[in-house]
Unconditional design. Structure first.
Length: 116
């Protein structure tokens, strides 16, 4: 089993920045991917950004390209999401996820609210 714990959410004004952190514990040695997803009120969960743990390619949703950056620390089994130039439409619960060939494990989420 793998446990994920997110932190770093909060309330920020439009144009501001936040950095989300996610630490994985448990059976982390077989994990290949780590990513961030979000779910806004009344909407489905969507991929924000993800990356391969071996330093491979990263992927971003079109809506966050150029504003958000995903990074990882394999030694700490951690993944981060630097969010800059935040917009009200970025308001959502952000979830960290990880897995071997897909996303099998999910955190509880951290709330991000961007005020206009």
């Amino acid at each position: 089993q793998v446990q994920l714990a997110e932190s770093g959410g909060g309330l920020v004004q439009a144009g501001g920045s936040l950095r989300l952190s996610c630490a994985a514990s448990g059976r982390t040695f077989s994990l290949n991917y780590m990513g961030w997803f979000r779910q806004a009120p009344g909407r489905g969960r969507e991929l924000v950004a993800d990356m391969a743990k071996n330093g491979g390619s990263t992927h971003y949703a079109d809506s966050v390209k150029g504003r958000f950056t995903i990074s990882g620390d394999n030694a700490k089994n951690a993944v981060y999401l630097q969010m800059n130039s935040l917009k009200p439409e970025d308001t959502a619960i952000y979830y960290c996820a990880t897995g071997v060939s897909g996303y099998d494990y999910w955190g509880r989420g951290t709330q991000v609210i961007v005020s206009s």
